[in-house]
Design a binder for this molecule. Structure first.
Ligand SMILES: Nc1ncnc2c1ncn2[C@@H]1O[C@H](COP(=O)(O)OP(=O)(O)OP(=O)(O)O)[C@@H](O)[C@H]1O
Length: 309
């Protein structure tokens, strides 16, 4: 099946000369939830802007539902619903008027049955006559989604849907997104949070410094995030690692005062218990221990190295 969005060798150089996208390519399948994960400034918002026709493309191509975003911008845009990072709502309007007006902006005829379905799916139906300023923060976010869905798009972009939102609201949003996917909408969300991507996405695209480093099935990628490093400070300096410990991937620091051990928290056996017992057996006494999860940056570095290899 042809992808619903196809991005090929996309570059974007802003007027000040900054290269925000450097040949990014990505195919998004119909009906999937894909999370674009990357640190601040990676280029996620620029990428979304280019697909939605808000950021001019320097080179490369983007098609949405088969329409080229440069050649057929209106047709391409009609396929897309966009929920931006910032809340942008007319606070004195009612929920109903807001979504109806947005549908009209796309030149579509009135379809109250569709809007009712959208509001019901977002648990907003009983609020339809409320003014936006009477709603809670979580409901306002859902109104933004309702607006984005008012013209029946096939694709929904959620740009950092839970930025600055408390844990309860975040879970609420995850639930909303899952329900939307059941209705057949393809969902692309950007996030800084690994756990958010893990919770919701079928696939994760890692973006860093203007490039899509890789796109992987969520479960496979989470393996890379499950590495931990155990650092053991030794009571006495060690000149070399005893041969009987050679079977462990242990690294000795230059001053001989610390050993580090990398392990996978998702593995059935981490090997920790046996390794520590064997250290004691070899007469190595550990003074202090600290374990640390690989940071997003480190995982990115590992991924880049793997890609190059
Ligand atoms: N209009 C602009 N002119 C010049 N540079 C820009 C412009 N818009 C964005 N940038 C730069 O492009 C880079 C990518 O920005 P972008 O907003 O796409 O990143 P992001 O991954 O969405 O980051 P965040 O997670 O912080 O939203 C940043 O370094 C940003 O400063």
């Amino acid at each position: 099946m042809a992808p619903i969005i196809s991005i090929k060798n996309l570059t974007k150089t802003y007027d000040n000369g900054f290269h925000a996208l450097k040949g990014a390519s990505l195919d998004i399948e119909d009906g999937e939830i894909i999370a674009l994960l990357g640190p601040n400034g990676a280029g996620k918002t620029t990428l979304i802007g280019a697909v939605c026709g808000m950021v001019s493309i320097t080179s490369g191509t983007v098609t949405v539902g088969g329409y080229d975003v440069v050649e057929q911008p209106r047709k391409a845009r009609s396929q897309i619903g966009l929920v931006p990072q910032e809340l942008a709502l007319e606070i004195f309007e009612t929920v109903w008027d807001t979504v109806r007006f947005t549908r009209g902006l796309f030149g579509l005829p009135r379809d109250d049955a569709h809007l009712e379905k959208v509001l019901r799916s977002l648990s907003l139906w009983d609020k339809k006559d409320n003014r936006i300023n009477e709603l809670s923060g979580g409901m306002k976010r859902r109104v933004m989604i309702a607006k984005a869905l008012s013209h029946e798009p096939r694709v929904l972009f959620l740009d950092e849907p839970t930025a600055g939102v408390d844990v309860a609201l975040r879970k609420d949003m995850w639930e909303v997104v899952r329900k939307l996917r059941e209705s057949g909408v393809t969902i692309i969300l950007t996030t800084h949070y690994i756990e958010e991507a893990e919770e919701m996405a079928d696939r994760i695209g890692v973006i860093n410094k203007g490039d899509v480093l890789l796109v992987q099935n969520t479960a496979d990628l989470m393996q890379s995030f499950s590495k931990k490093t155990l650092t053991m400070d030794l009571a006495e300096p060690l000149s070399a690692l005893p041969a009987e410990l050679g079977k462990y991937a242990l690294a000795l620091s230059q001053d001989g005062m610390a050993l580090t051990y990398e392990y996978d928290t998702q593995a059935e056996r981490t090997g920790l218990t046996r390794m520590i017992a064997d250290l004691a057996e070899a007469g190595i006494s550990v003074h202090d221990l600290a374990s640390r999860q690989s940071s997003l940056e480190e995982v990115f570095l590992t991924l880049v190295e793997e890609e190059k290899a």
